[in-house]
Design a protein around this ligand. Structure first.
Ligand code: ASP
Length: 337
């Protein structure tokens, strides 16, 4: 064996022995890498009202099972994230895809993004109006273009070019009675100056998912209709890489939910990753710092998974619909504390 080969074997075995201790995000008791880990959210705000809480929990559980199945079979974190979010986009209980909120003009403009922690490849779409699964269009932006974010007419045209890969629907397909009522209530309250898009008395129900797969790769994705009664053309944090969505194998994967303007202003996803990279903070501390010290109370919540499979799900609102599981058998579905 040459001297160099010798040295490589030595380095490789030391890294194997010591690797876990040097993994970013490894605080005491977090040294073991999990084979896979996944977390998802169904939005922050008030907890869903009693009449829908049960149904939300059932849906979160089903979405979690979809992601766990992909990861158990050795699938990629990107596939798990996309499939979980597709499922939630089709469920009218959530503010993504069907069931999306109305903007002030009485229409639906959808935002989504996805990021691959291995390559830092990412894609987002903003203000799309006829795409059943905005998360899948975001993935195609990542995989088929040189760009990171396509918006409105350009994103719709890109969807045309993708042909059968992207299912198209009428804008009214996203509408539900419940969202129509929420719009009417919000517009009445806004007229009396009682509320803005940061209304804290609503369950906002954006969706997101983060995952670590058995190949050691992280991914994150987020999808939303935005905020009820938002301005026509308003873009939130969900399609913005570094704000609502971020993933980097060196640190963590994050998906946020809350007042998008705040998440953009404070680059929430990247901020958490940067704290881990530069300050060597464990995931828990980085999340805590950003949620409780950088953002304002009641701004929202987030889910995150580190490169060793540590899961964090926290929020400063009254509740956040969320679920998580990992390869050790841990499983949780919750909407309140
Ligand atoms: N963050 C989303 C937005 O501002 C909404 C939410 O998560 O409730 O568009």
């Amino acid at each position: 064996m040459s001297q160099f080969a010798d040295r490589r074997v030595f380095l490789a075995s030391t890294t194997l022995l010591m690797g876990a201790a040097y993994m970013p995000g490894c605080a005491k008791g977090q040294t073991e890498t999990k084979r896979f880990a996944i977390a998802l959210h169904g939005g922050a705000g008030q907890s869903p009202k009693e009449d829908t809480a049960g149904a939300v929990m059932v849906s979160l559980g089903k979405a979690l099972d979809i992601g766990v199945d992909v990861l158990k079979q050795g699938g990629t974190s990107l596939d798990a994230v996309e499939q979980v979010i597709q499922f939630l986009e089709d469920d009218p209980l959530f503010n993504a895809g069907r069931g999306a909120v109305f903007n002030a003009a009485g229409q639906h403009e959808l935002d989504a993004s996805i990021m691959d922690g291995k390559t830092l490849g990412c894609g987002g779409v903003a203000g799309v109006r006829t795409v059943q699964h905005p998360i899948s269009l975001a993935r195609l932006v990542m995989e088929k273009t040189e760009h990171v974010l396509l918006a409105t007419d350009g994103a719709e045209k890109f969807a045309d070019e993708m042909g059968e890969k992207i299912v198209r629907v009428k804008n009214s397909w996203f509408s539900t009675k419940k969202r129509q009522e929420e719009l009417e209530k919000a517009q009445k309250a806004a007229k009396n100056k009682q509320a803005n898009i940061h209304s804290t008395d609503l369950y906002h129900s954006t969706v997101g998912c983060v995952a670590l797969d058995s190949h050691g790769n992280l991914a994150a994705g987020t999808s939303t209709g935005g905020r009820t009664n938002k301005n026509y053309g308003r873009v939130g944090d969900s399609p913005i890489i570094g704000a609502g969505t971020y993933a980097n194998n060196a640190t963590c994967a994050v998906s946020g939910t809350g007042l998008g303007e705040q998440y953009i202003r404070h680059a929430v996803g990247f901020n958490i990753s940067a704290r881990m990279a530069y300050l060597k903070q464990p995931l828990k501390d980085a999340v805590h710092e950003v949620l409780y010290k950088t953002l304002d109370p009641d701004d929202g919540g987030l889910i995150a998974v580190s490169s060793v499979g540590t899961i964090e799900m926290d929020y400063t609102t009254a509740g956040m619909a969320r679920a998580a599981a990992d390869s050790t058998g841990f499983r949780e579905v919750k909407i309140g504390r």
